[in-house]
Design a protein around this ligand. Structure first.
Ligand SMILES: [Zn+2]
Length: 344
């Protein structure tokens, strides 16, 4: 028998008496609740897919357009693949439903103009063979085999073939990966409006994604964080000036003007306010070079100020004032516009 102390029983009785609901609540059918839970799991996957694919679509465009300005690059096709793993839990059925997953891994995102897109891959294509080798028929091995094979071939920096199944017909695709900046974007589910770079990756909150009103504004944020990484703001130190000079020279070369001096000045940034200003400046170039319309994106800082009035300050703090950032980004846009004109 289980020995229960008397005091505990009294306490329990008290708790029940105190907390018992007095209203007559609706009866919940277990099967109906489970059906609703399944619906909600699917919604969670769809929400996650919306944010992940948006960050990827915009980020990849910036990463491929600025590959020559990144000191850390890799080869990539730019497409995203889905399958379920054996260890996945109660979300497996929802995953299969949302993505329509069957026996093979499936491309769930093929951004327009990405290497995958140019090679003829499309969203929904299933991978049945790679370089003539069939995907294993054992379901447990599908995902690991497919992703491993694709990443090995992509890393080797040469073309390969992917046999896909589209609308029950097989098609052979010649995949030709291209060089992109290698700073993966990690989207986290936090509501706070935040993004940062850690030297290796770009970390982006869902709150920040929601705060942006359009893709151009998110491109400003991603360009800014990419600049922190390429300008070695995390590592800082003596390498900084050199990195600035390199980036300045390259931006200049690609716009047909000499920016080496500006780049060297930028690279000499030593404190966090300077780093922020520098990331705003270089990041705007990154976004513009990727084809985003940055003519209006400075407004993001006005909305930021409206939501966080303390950031309007004109002196002190580790972050530059939202007022100064707005003015600086507008000026940078004017500079980009005039350079585009003279380089044509
Ligand atoms: Zn920053």
């Amino acid at each position: 028998m289980l020995h229960v102390p008397k005091s505990f029983i009294v306490l329990m009785a008290f708790a029940v008496a105190a907390c018992g609901a007095v209203s007559k609540l609706p009866e919940i059918d277990q099967a109906v609740a489970e059906e609703e839970a399944q619906k909600q799991r699917e919604m969670a996957i769809e929400e996650n897919e919306y944010n992940t694919s948006r960050a990827h679509r915009i980020g990849f465009k910036i990463f491929i357009a600025n590959a020559e300005l990144c000191q850390k690059t890799k080869f990539s096709m730019g497409a995203r693949l889905a399958y379920w793993r054996e260890q996945d839990d109660e979300f497996i059925d929802a995953l299969k439903n949302v993505y329509g997953l069957k026996a093979h891994a499936k491309f769930i995102q093929v951004p327009q103009d990405s290497p995958a897109w140019k090679s003829g891959l499309r969203k929904g294509d299933e991978v049945v063979a790679i370089d003539g080798e069939n995907v294993p028929s054992d379901g447990k091995k599908v995902f690991r085999w497919t992703t491993k094979k694709l990443s090995e071939l992509t890393k080797a920096e040469k073309s390969y073939t992917i046999t896909i199944n589209r609308d029950s017909a097989e098609k052979i695709i010649n995949a030709a990966p291209e060089k992109v900046c290698d700073f993966p974007i990690v989207v986290n589910k936090k509501d706070e409006v935040n993004a940062y770079a850690d030297g290796e990756r770009i970390l982006l909150s869902v709150g920040m994604m929601r705060f942006t009103r359009n893709d151009n504004e998110l491109a400003l944020i991603l360009g800014h964080e990419l600049a922190h990484n390429t300008m070695l703001h995390v590592q800082k130190g003596s390498g900084n000036r050199m990195a600035g000079a390199v980036v300045g020279a390259l931006i200049g070369a690609l716009l047909g003007v000499n920016l080496t001096q500006a780049g060297a000045d930028l690279g000499g940034a030593v404190n966090s306010q300077d780093f922020e200003a520098e990331a705003d400046y270089v990041g705007l170039y990154y976004a513009a070079r990727a084809g985003f319309d940055v003519s209006d994106v400075a407004k993001l800082w006005r909305r930021m100020a409206a939501n966080h009035p303390a950031a309007i300050h004109l002196a002190g703090s580790t972050h530059p004032s939202t007022a100064k950032r707005f003015v600086a980004i507008e000026k940078t846009w004017e500079e980009i516009k005039s350079k585009k004109k003279t380089s044509h």
